[in-house]
Every structure is written in structure tokens, then in C-alpha cells.
Design a protein around this ligand. Structure first.
Ligand code: HEC
Ligand code: HEC
Ligand code: HEC
Ligand code: HEC
Length: 233
């Protein structure tokens, strides 16, 4: 075979290769490498898509928890899982990969709803004072929260979450205090007070022991509000 023919043949082989080979390359590089799920627990890397969440998490109190410790920790939910080998699998029922979580799933008294890592009890809130109920225990006889100043913040977060405009249960209130997120607050500051007094009446004053003229206050109303907005993070 002469030199020219060899070159021609080589060119033909490459040309054919260029036409045919692309059909054997995957549409998405990597689509034939699969994550091995047969280990214990979740082997799908949540971080692949939620790296931002991972970065934040490593800086805080939950740094020792994994994604699944929270997002796959609701005892009342069966998540999809494979354990030991591919023949030992559980199909997800109420959820496949992950669910949203309320802080109180793990931080209520004895955290009986959480299957993974119950946290310390966030005691000292009373939401029943505001007629609000929750699936989670906020108070009992010992941890009654009767004097907590932020009961209404927590109770109203739960109430709003029920019409699904906020994160689950009281989570939004917990995060407002415990996380470095921006909080916008509207305070109504009273600008005056109305004291309604009846005419002076004669009455017995236990302090002095005499009958004296006293002002009989029949009511106090707070007048006018000055609305103040503060933004803090
Ligand atoms: C392939 C990328 C991908 C992977 C892997 C992934 N997610 Fe997501 N995740 C998303 C996308 C996209 C959304 C937004 C979905 C939507 O709004 O319907 C989302 C939403 C979420 C939400 C928020 C839901 C809400 O209503 O706010 C949570 C929580 C979540 N993922 C947790 C996880 C956890 C835990 C894992 C690991 C088991 C995981 N994700 C793995 C892509 C991914
Ligand atoms: C200590 C419990 C906890 C851990 C650990 C945790 N999360 Fe979350 N995550 C929450 C809570 C609470 C929310 C807000 C409510 C909700 O959407 O579930 C949330 C919200 C999210 C959201 C939706 C909001 C957003 O910012 O996009 C995503 C996505 C998410 N988590 C992914 C992850 C991933 C990925 C990991 C692991 C790197 C992780 N989470 C670890 C508790 C946790
Ligand atoms: C999976 C259950 C789980 C969920 C859901 C969860 N936590 Fe935790 N939390 C823990 C555990 C476990 C610890 C203890 C961590 C440690 O010691 O490493 C902890 C610790 C904390 C601490 C620190 C307590 C201390 O003594 O320093 C705070 C504050 C806290 N969590 C608030 C929250 C808030 C707010 C949410 C919701 C956004 C939340 N947690 C959701 C399990 C959880
Ligand atoms: C008004 C702000 C505020 C709100 C709302 C709030 N916390 Fe706290 N939390 C605090 C303060 C203050 C401490 C004590 C801080 C310290 O010791 O440095 C604390 C301590 C904690 C601790 C550790 C001590 C303990 O009681 O176990 C946990 C866990 C906790 N909070 C979880 C929560 C959860 C869950 C929620 C939502 C139900 C919540 N917090 C709502 C301010 C708040």
C-alpha cells in the first residue's frame, strides 16, 4: 500500500469516527455514574444542590448535625431509604427525599416526634395563654412559661404558619431570635393616655383612716399610636 492510500484510509476512519462516536457520548456527562445508596442512612448528597445551606450550617449550633438529621427526622413520616444492600429498601410513603421541619420537632419537651437527634428543650413559652394550639409541647406544670415576654411572638408565628404564610409552627419566631436573618419590626408606641375620672366623691381612705374627697377613676384608655419600624440583622 502506498503512502497516499494510507493517509486517505486514515482520514476516512477518523471521518467515520467523527460521525459515529458522538452518538455514544452521554447527553449529560456523569449520567452513568450513580451514587451508591446501599450504605446506612441517606447517601444522596444534599450538598450537591444546597451548598449555600451547608456553608451556613457549618457556622452554627447545628454544625454537628447532618441534613438528614433534621429533614428526614420526622417519626410520623416514612422516607425512601436503602440500607445494607439494594434488596433491603423502603419506599417513601409521606415523603421521598426530605421534609420541612419545625424547630420544635426536636426542641419540645422529650422531643418524641423526632427520630434522630432531639435537642435541648426550649422551655419557658406558653402559647395557650393566647388560645393557640400546636402539635408540639411548649409548656407543662413545671415549664409553664407564664412570665415569658415573647409568648405572643411565638404564639402568633404558629397562628400565621397555620395559614401557611410562615415557616412551620413557631420556626419563624425561633429564627428571628436565633439566626442572623433580617428582622423588620413594627411597634405601636402609645403617645398619650386618657384617664376618665368621675367627680370627686367622699369616701373612706383606709390609709389615713378618714373620710376624704377622692377621685374615682372609672377608666383609662390609651390614645393614639406612633408606628415605629426597625430593621435589624
Ligand atoms: C438535584 C438537586 C437537589 C438535591 C440533590 C437536593 N435538593 Fe432539595 N431542593 C432542590 C430544589 C430545586 C428545590 C426547590 C424545589 C421546589 O421549590 O419545588 C429544593 C428544595 C428543598 C427544600 C425546601 C423546601 C421548601 O418548601 O422550602 C428542602 C428542605 C430541601 N430541598 C432539602 C433537601 C435535602 C435534605 C436533600 C438531601 C436529601 C436535598 N434537598 C437534595 C434541589 C435538590
Ligand atoms: C437543625 C436542623 C437542620 C439541619 C441540620 C438542616 N436544616 Fe435545612 N432547614 C431547617 C429548618 C428549620 C428550615 C426552615 C423550614 C423548612 O423549610 O424546613 C430549613 C430550610 C431548608 C431549606 C429551604 C430554605 C432555603 O434556605 O433554601 C433547604 C433547601 C434546606 N433547609 C436544606 C438543608 C440542607 C442541604 C442541609 C444540610 C447541609 C440542611 N438543610 C440541614 C433545619 C435544618
Ligand atoms: C433534628 C432535631 C433538631 C431540629 C429540627 C432543630 N434542632 Fe436545634 N439542636 C438540636 C441538637 C441535637 C442540638 C445540640 C447540638 C449539639 O450539642 O451539638 C441543638 C442545639 C440548638 C441550640 C443551641 C442550644 C445550646 O444549648 O447552645 C439552639 C439555640 C437551637 N438548637 C435552636 C434551634 C432552632 C431555632 C431550630 C429551628 C430553626 C432548631 N434548633 C431545629 C436538634 C435540632
Ligand atoms: C425573643 C427571642 C427568642 C425566641 C423567640 C426564642 N429564643 Fe431560644 N433563646 C433565647 C435566649 C435569650 C436564650 C438564652 C441565650 C443564652 O444563654 O445565650 C435562648 C436559648 C435557647 C436554647 C438553649 C437553652 C434551652 O432552653 O434549651 C434553645 C435550644 C432555644 N433557645 C431554642 C429556641 C426555639 C426552638 C425557639 C422557638 C420556639 C426559640 N428558642 C425562641 C431567645 C429566644
Amino acid at each position: 500500500m502506498d503512502y497516499g492510500k494510507t493517509i486517505l484510509l486514515t482520514i476516512i476512519v477518523f471521518a467515520v469516527g467523527v460521525l459515529i462516536l458522538p452518538n455514544t457520548v452521554s447527553l449529560f456527562a456523569g449520567q452513568h455514574y450513580w451514587y451508591n445508596l446501599s450504605g446506612s442512612g441517606n447517601d444522596v448528597p444534599c450538598v450537591k444542590c444546597h451548598a449555600d445551606v451547608y456553608e451556613e450550617l457549618k457556622l452554627g449550633v447545628h454544625r454537628n448535625l447532618r441534613c438528614e438529621d433534621c429533614h428526614r427526622a420526622n417519626k410520623s413520616i416514612t422516607y425512601a431509604s436503602v440500607s445494607g444492600s439494594y434488596t433491603n429498601y423502603t419506599p417513601g410513603k409521606e415523603a421521598h427525599a426530605a421534609t420541612c421541619v419545625a424547630c420544635m420537632l426536636c426542641h419540645q419537651i422529650n422531643a418524641s416526634y423526632a427520630s434522630k437527634k432531639p435537642g435541648p428543650y426550649a422551655g419557658g413559652f406558653n402559647i395557650t395563654l393566647f388560645g393557640i394550639s400546636s402539635p408540639y409541647n411548649y409548656s407543662n406544670a413545671t415549664f409553664n412559661g407564664l412570665y415569658e415576654a415573647h409568648n405572643s411572638l411565638v404564639a402568633h408565628a404558629i397562628a400565621k404558619a397555620k395559614n401557611s404564610s410562615l415557616l412551620l409552627d413557631s420556626t419563624e419566631a425561633c429564627l428571628a431570635c436565633h439566626a442572623n436573618i433580617e428582622v423588620r419590626m413594627n411597634f405601636n408606641v402609645s403617645t398619650g393616655m386618657n384617664i376618665v375620672a368621675k367627680d370627686v366623691v367622699l369616701g373612706y381612705n383606709p390609709a389615713t383612716g378618714f373620710n376624704e374627697s377622692q377621685v374615682n377613676v372609672t377608666g383609662i384608655t390609651i390614645t393614639g399610636f406612633r408606628s415605629v419600624t426597625e430593621v435589624k440583622s
